[in-house]
Design a protein around this ligand. Structure first.
Ligand code: NAP
Length: 283
């Protein structure tokens, strides 16, 4: 019965609470359409409760889903649910992918591997990286920074200093007070906003952009709006600015490959579709 369902159509989903804002269905459906495969990618709301999560994930397995992306607030719960986990997911303490297979449920963190691929492709070696934030996304950023062959000195700052101290060991980071962030900015040749500041509906990220170092690369993982004031300031200074869509598009690649199709391209066509969706939402 289960085999029959599996053969029927490839199925995957994103699970969150709320989940209607997720751009993952758009990405996966665009790739499936491009490949011309019979695939389905749903957005499924699951309330923030261990038992509700366990029950729904089990049902999805029984219904023939190959795996799910997991978004807020279930990323830590997903790791606990899994039978096995990738190195990144274990180090970070959270997973955004669950793959259902004969050997059980495998957790992975493709947010972190997506950020690693950005960091590995930087044009120049950064000596000092300043990471703003100490939430789930910042953990992945720290993990990714340790994956460069050439070591990067990492400076970490967060409004709640204790949270930064809790995660600093992931990248042997030096923690500085949030009030010292502008001083730290002067030294950084890679600046990463991993807070939710600057996102639509959130307060702005208050940074003295004039202190951005000559030649610095600036990454903002916030993608709504796409051009945050930080990226705008970086571009005005002719600095390399990388927006949150880069990470968002790349994090979807492993899930699509594992559950639905072949290796998908992160390209201008996909970016254009996502930009249009973000624009339509903002209107
Ligand atoms: P999170 O776990 O809730 O962490 C939020 C972070 O923002 C914490 O460091 C928090 O500091 C800080 N913050 C919130 N309000 C603040 C304020 N008023 N002043 C100073 N700091 C404040 O969230 P997350 O999961 O890490 O996500 C962070 C952002 O990354 C979100 O905008 C999310 O959409 C984005 N994201 C993007 C991608 C992508 O693919 N591009 C992937 C994942 C996440 P405290 O510790 O002091 O509260």
């Amino acid at each position: 019965m289960l085999e029959e369902k599996r053969n029927d159509m490839r199925r995957a989903a994103v699970v969150g609470w709320p989940v209607s804002h997720s751009l993952s269905p758009l990405i996966h459906r665009a790739w499936a359409e491009r490949e011309g495969i019979a695939a389905r990618y749903d957005a499924i709301e699951v309330e923030p409760d261990d038992e509700a999560f366990r029950k729904r994930i089990k049902e999805l397995q029984d219904e023939g889903y190959s795996g799910v992306n997991v978004t807020i607030p279930h990323k830590e719960r997903a790791l606990k649910y899994a039978d096995k986990a990738s190195d990144a997911a274990k180090t970070i303490g959270a997973a955004n992918m669950l793959t259902f297979g004969d050997e059980g449920v495998i957790a992975a963190n493709s947010d972190a591997t997506a950020f690693r691929s950005i960091v590995l492709h930087l044009p120049r070696r950064p000596e000092t990286a300043l990471v703003l934030g100490a939430g789930g996304a910042a953990r992945g950023v720290l993990w990714a920074l340790t994956k460069r062959i050439d070591p990067v000195r990492v400076v970490l700052t967060n409004r709640t200093r204790a949270r930064a101290e809790e995660i600093a060991s992931i990248a042997c980071a030096d923690v500085v007070d949030w009030t010292s962030r502008n001083t730290a900015l002067r030294e950084a040749d890679l600046v990463i906003n991993a807070t939710s500041l600057g996102m639509t509906g959130q307060p702005p990220l208050d940074l003295d952009h004039d202190r951005l170092k000559e030649g610095a690369v600036v990454i903002d993982i916030v993608y709504a709006p796409l051009e945050t004031p930080l990226l705008k300031a970086a571009r005005a200074r002719e600095l390399r600015a990388i927006d949150g869509l880069e990470m968002l598009m790349r994090q979807a690649v492993p899930g699509y490959l594992a559950w639905l199709g072949t290796r998908a391209d992160v390209d201008a066509d996909l970016r254009a579709r996502l930009e249009a969706a973000l624009k339509a939402r903002a209107a």
